[in-house]
Structure formats: C-alpha cells, structure tokens
Design a protein. Structure first.
Length: 37
C-alpha cells in the first residue's frame, strides 16, 4: 500500500511540472492580473 501511494505521488508531481511551466501571468493596461495557459 505504501509503495502504491508513493507511486501516485510521483505521478502527480511529474504531471504537475509541465502544466505549471505553461502558465503565464500577465497584467493588462488597467492593472488587472491574468493567467494564461
């Protein structure tokens, strides 16, 4: 069971890396913050 949980944690961490790298934060002319994928 412990090995299964570790495997799930590793899969989630590896999947979150590329997704997080593709999120861009930008601020428009009115000062409003936006996030774009």
């Amino acid at each position: 069971m412990r090995r299964f949980l570790i495997a799930i944690a590793v899969l989630l961490a590896s999947a979150a890396g590329p997704a997080a790298a593709e999120i861009y934060k930008w601020i428009d002319g009115d000062g409003q913050m936006h996030f774009t994928t």
